[in-house]
Design a binder for this molecule. Structure first.
Ligand code: ADP
Ligand code: MG
Ligand code: MG
Length: 927
């Protein structure tokens, strides 16, 4: 035995677990063969061979490879009893790509390889079916021509269309053997014209060219774009394997068929075989949407025996893989073959339902059920639905191919979708007859996809589901005219730029925009998130400012409010004037008067929040933003002042004029006009208005700051305007006392923003304590509350030990802390230099999106450590935007935080992410 690398593995021998080496398709073909499923004989050429081939400057196959392939071909001949290139009993194979990650439709497969004029005659003799023979041959010439020799599809399509027209054939199946023979001849000529060489006839030569073509496709533009878009890095998938598989024929008459199926419904998760098939057809006919396939339920009627076999196959696949499978099958004259299987790509609704149901069926554990769902993907369950209260007539009905509803302007090709969607930021819906892999960039740019042909497993449907975008497929009532950028539906039509709405959940299409509403949680999601809560260590709270926010957050499963921003409450139309009075007040008494009017309003705000959230904690942050944010704009004020002054001047002029009337011998009509004018504007009223505006302008100028985010805000306001913080503290404590009195359990937490010294915190604590004493005396009972601080300033991290002496809890404000750590102002960074930093690798991520674990995270870890050294039961959480992002949540878990707080709709994502963090960091039971 020599020492050459083994590049080629028979399905009986390959390691079914080694997807990196054999590709997903190849590994599973091996695995299925080895567990006894009916897979046609074949072998896999490894991805290692592909990489070596692509590495060679001249792209030569690695030494020894061809010999190994030939050896395997001889073995195939043995297994099938046929001969490769043998005119009497020809063996035909498919040559299929397949990398470690499934990249559906991204690379091409060649079918019926081994055909030439001699073997074709053998096929015809063996099957006694010339039509079948020529059909197989013309498919092979076109696929091989396109994939291996680079002849464009259009050249073939043109000839084929001409033949169909001459034969008055609507569909391929209407063509006769003679038509198809004619097709083969013309196709051979197309290839010869395009390449300058006759079509290769030697099967072994065909095989070698095909293998190289599959290898080459790995570095082709389509595959490279796909990997880039889905962040498929070389350590996830490197190179494609080549699978050489004995051909089986679904197009050998009415007892033959081909189809694709999911072991469970990938749109709903329902535990029922789901898929489509076509009688008398080859595999790619289903995917291409050339004929509309039949749902698998029909198979029970048409071929009951095979329907049973298919059910059996489904059970075997699921009990072996313990995961929903997406598989391809072909029936050749009553015999069922499985040609491919992989884990099914499903939308999140289906992922969640199958997780829960497979756990109940004993196929997987709760941990596995949780871990198989990416937290971020739950966002899909927040898919908008059409507002049920809006009555609208659908203009067309297609298949509900990917759920969710969306409105947008219609565009009719992928490039326009990219141009208008990505380029101009418009919401677009891509409308096509059917889609192809080359349309992929249009999918990325679109809100939703609409096709007029193809089934639920057509390219459009599969890709849209994978991306979580709504899709209606096969809306046959629509006829798309790409050239005129227009589509006709019944008596009406819509053009590029017209707004349409599609509902991928019902399959309906509407003209115009229809409002959408948020979806409800499914019972399965409740169950799953319940398990998540059991497993996780971090609690998930929500950022919520209003009772409505809070109610929604509770529905999403938040167990408290981690951040209630009081400034939003100030910005109400009714309150803003009082807030302004408070700010411009010249004396403490005047200010107090305004505050006295704000107090009951704030008390009511807090009361409502406590009530909605009871018995969970509500953390209220005292006023944070620079106070001048509530005042009018300086330039607006200046303009208004100059207008008022002009008005005052004319008013004075009129008064003078009126006084002088007697001397003027003025006409009666002028007299009347002057009188009316004098009554219209009273100069003293105008003077008053001017005085007020001037005072305001003075105040605005006095409060002006060069850098407000680093200026007079947060606790600094509490130091300079103690009345404001006192009012807020009073409102909180009184509201809590009121709630307690009426039997509502409350846990108020008061937190102070922007703290950098313990003295600041102590000062605020003094207000709190004295007000608490007073309130407790008045209500006859102390109110329980917690007092803590935001940690969002670098110095606060460094002084965490001393802050912990005053604070019962820390709450990391990672938005500000990130700005402070980098000394980046977020707006400037994101608009100016951050994109370049990210692109060129100066910084890996945008730290405002992805918590900078190495810098900001380090500060957080120190603060936690030092704080807990002083106060071991110090409660610590995060309330920045990062609190809702799975990677940051994993970090928070590791850093020993007690909770994360994020916006309401992200709460479910955070709950699942918290469980993932706990499960992934837990030592595995048998390790
Ligand atoms: P893709 O990754 O695009 O699905 P495949 O390699 O799976 O490409 O093949 C494309 C189509 O050809 C599929 O429908 C598949 O079932 C069919 N096919 C592939 N190999 C064979 C074969 N040996 N016999 C019959 N059909 C085949
Ligand atoms: Mg396939
Ligand atoms: Mg902040």
């Amino acid at each position: 035995m020599d020492t050459t690398t083994q590049y080629v593995f028979a399905f009986e021998d390959g390691d079914g677990k080694d997807k990196k080496l054999l590709g997903g398709k190849g590994a599973n073909l091996c695995e299925m063969t080895q567990i006894g499923l009916n897979v046609p004989p074949g072998f896999v050429i490894s991805t290692a061979a592909c990489l070596e081939y692509l590495d060679e400057p001249k792209r030569a196959l690695p030494p020894g490879l061809i010999e190994q392939v030939h050896e395997q071909m001889r073995a195939l001949e043995q297994k099938t009893g046929k001969g490769f290139g043998d005119p009497d009993n020809p063996l035909l194979v498919s040559v299929r790509s397949g990398s470690a990650m499934s990249m559906p439709g991204m690379m091409d497969t060649i079918l019926n390889l081994g055909l030439n004029s001699a073997t074709l005659q053998g096929v015809i003799r063996a099957t006694d079916d010339p039509r079948f023979g020529y059909d197989a041959y013309r498919r092979f010439i076109q696929l091989f021509g396109k994939v291996a020799l680079g002849v464009p599809d259009e050249a073939f399509d043109k000839e084929f269309a001409a033949i169909k027209e001459a034969a008055h054939a609507k569909q391929d199946v209407d063509l006769s053997a003679t038509d198809l023979r004619e097709t083969c001849e013309r196709f051979l000529k197309v290839v010869e014209d395009a390449t300058g060489h006759p079509f290769p006839t030697d099967p072994y030569q065909q095989l070698e060219i095909a293998i190289k073509a599959v290898f080459n496709s790995w570095s082709g533009k389509r595959a490279v774009d796909y990997r880039k878009q889905f962040h498929i890095t070389p350590d996830m998938a490197n190179g494609t394997a080549v699978n050489v598989v004995t051909m089986v024929f679904g197009n050998r008459g009415d007892d033959s068929a081909t189809g694709v199926a999911f072991t469970r419904n990938p749109a709903t998760g329902e535990n029922k075989l789901y898929g489509e098939y076509l009688v008398n057809a080859q595999g790619e006919d289903v995917v291409a949407g050339i004929r509309t396939p039949k749902p698998l339920d029909r198979l029970k009627v048409e071929m009951p025996d095979l329907a049973d076999q298919l059910d059996e196959l489904r059970d075997k696949l699921e009990s072996h893989y313990r995961e929903v499978q997406d598989f391809e099958f072909t029936i050749e004259q009553g015999q069922l073959y499985c040609l491919q299987t992989r884990n099914g790509k499903m939308n999140t609704v289906a992922m969640v339902r199958t997780s829960v149901e497979m756990e109940r069926e004993g196929l997987i554990t709760k941990e596995q059920a949780l871990l198989r769902i990416a937290p971020e993907s739950l966002e899909q369950m927040l898919f908008p639905r059409l507002d049920p209260n809006v009555k609208a007539e659908a203009v067309a009905q297609g298949l509900p191919a990917s759920p969710g509803a969306a409105s947008g302007i219609a565009v009719f090709d992928a490039d326009r979708a990219e141009h208008l969607g990505k380029g101009q930021g418009l919401k677009v819906i891509l409308v096509r007859e059917e889609t192809k892999p080359e349309d992929i960039h249009g999918f990325f740019a679109s809100e939703a996809i609409l096709t007029s042909r193809g089934g639920k497993t057509s390219h459009a449907a599969v890709v849209a589901r994978g991306m979580g975008k709504p899709c209606v497929a096969g809306a046959e009532g629509i006829s798309v005219d790409v050239d005129r950028r227009e589509a006709r539906v019944g008596l009406t039509s819509f053009k590029e730029g017209d707004v349409i709405t599609i509902d991928g959940t019902s399959g309906k299409v509407y003209l115009g925009a229809i409002p959408t509403v948020e979806p409800d949680f499914t019972p399965e999601l409740h169950t799953l998130l319940g398990w998540a809560d059991e497993m996780s260590k971090l609690k998930v709270l929500a950022n919520a400012d209003t009772p409505d926010d809070a109610r929604r957050a509770r529905r999403y499963g938040a167990v408290g409010i981690g951040l209630a921003r009081t400034e939003r409450m100030f910005n109400d139309v009714e309150r803003l004037p009082i807030v302004i009075e408070m700010i411009v007040a010249e004396t403490p008494e005047a200010r107090q008067e305004a505050l006295d009017r704000l107090l009951p309003l704030q008390r009511q705000d807090f009361h409502d929040l406590f009530e909605v959230m009871s018995p969970h904690p509500v953390t209220i942050r005292l006023l944070d933003p620079p106070i001048h944010e509530f005042l009018p704009d300086e330039h607006v004020l200046e303009r208004e002042l100059s207008e008022l002054r002009a008005l005052a001047q004319s008013a004075r002029g009129v008064t003078v004029l009126a006084g002088a009337m007697g001397l003027l011998h003025a006409s009666e009509s002028l007299r009347r006009e002057v009188e009316t004018a004098r009554h219209m504007v009273d100069p003293t009223v105008v003077e008053e208005a001017i005085a007020k505006k001037e005072a305001m302008l003075k105040k605005v100028r006095a409060l002006y700051e060069t850098n407000p985010m680093l200026g007079h805000r947060g606790v600094r306001l509490g130091m300079t305007f103690p009345e404001i913080y006192r009012m807020q503290v009073r409102a909180i404590l009184e509201a809590a006392a009121e709630c307690a009195k009426s039997g509502i359990e409350v846990h108020p937490q008061i937190k102070v923003p922007q703290v950098c010294t313990v003295q600041e915190l102590r000062k605020v604590k003094e207000y709190v304590d004295s007000i608490h004493t007073e309130v407790a005396a008045r209500y006859g009972k102390p109110v329980r509350f917690q007092f803590g601080t935001m940690i969002e300033v670098v110095r606060a991290c460094m002084r965490a030990d001393s802050l912990a002496e005053e604070a019962e809890f820390f709450s990391f404000g990672t938005n500000d802390l990130t700005q402070a750590t980098f000394s980046f102002s977020r707006e400037d960074a994101e608009n100016k230099f951050l994109p370049l930093y990210n692109q060129s690798g100066l910084l890996q991520d945008n730290p405002f999106d992805v918590l900078d674990v190495k810098g900001v995270g380090k500060l957080m870890q120190l603060a936690v450590e030092w704080g807990r050294a002083v106060k071991p039961d110090l409660h610590v959480g995060i309330c920045g935007e990062h609190g809702g992002h799975p990677a940051s949540i994993a970090f928070c878990h590791q850093a020993g935080l007690d909770y994360v707080s994020c916006s309401g709709p992200r709460v479910p994502i955070a709950r699942l992410a918290a469980a993932h963090a706990a499960l992934k960091s837990a030592p595995t039971p048998n390790a």
